[in-house]
Design a protein around this ligand. Sequence first.
Ligand code: 1OR
Length: 296
Amino acid sequence: SVSAESMAPSKDKDYVKVVVPKTDEQRQRIEASIANNFLFKNLDEEQYKDVIDAMVEKRVLKGEDVIKQGGIGDFFYVVETGTFDVYVSKNNDVPELVNSYEPGGSFGELALMYNAPRAATIVATSDAVLWALDRITFRRILMENTSRKRRMYESFLSEVTILVSLEPYERQKIADALESLYYEDNELVIKQGDIGNNFYLIESGEARVTKVDENGIEHEFPGLNKGDYFGELALLNNRPRAVNIRAKGRLKVATLGKKAFVRLLGPVVDILKRNSDNYETITRNVQQGEISSLKQ
Ligand code: 1OR
């Protein structure tokens, strides 16, 4: 159900703000739907209000195509309720299932960002409620941030060994969710025994790895460098942090929260788990006093 649109004048001469009238209840539903979506982070109050003003509620039935591959990009969508499958057909072959979305997810940004045809077909796999944002508002408010972040992390992520098997689009989604943090020399990034909430990639600098054993003796392990990752173990196994990680000199990391880690690194979880088997070998060697050049 698409309600009537009205246009309100704005300070900027180049555009008129889109204002689709809505109830408080609808506003609350939008806010809940975008609360954990990275594309909506870092908006100022006015941008946030403009986005909510412009959104249109769209109800779809199970089996309906919301987006057709090859079509023209008109709206960006956020999922309030329901589920969706994503199909891509290459060279007119039979469409292949490549992705899916749940409540809180969003799709349809590519065609709007790059003035390109729709890259995929999106079909509702249940009855669903979407919030649609028009192309102009999307480009005016959400695009700058999104493309800047994707550009910023693009070359770094393409060099991270653990991520090489991912599709470029999967790395872009990781870029959307990353945040960079700086640590000064010797500052603690991860404390042994703590609960783990984040996963880290080293953007620049080095990190030291130490572990305190049952006798209170701290052992030093081989360090970590640019492109290496850490912090996955506690997230994979729901266990306390296994080691201390400290900055060695100035350290810059890109970090993902636990939810984003689970959602976005699903395709490489097996590799992460396989690599973590090596930790035991490294630990044994270090405890036997053979600090070797072994690295994961
Ligand atoms: P859009 O405007 O092109 C289709 O309309 C949307 O599907 C697209 O924006 C994305 O938001 C979404 N490749 C391209 N688009 C995808 C993909 C995808 N997944 C979701 N969309 N791939 C799947 C990566 C896991 C790559 C397949 C080769």
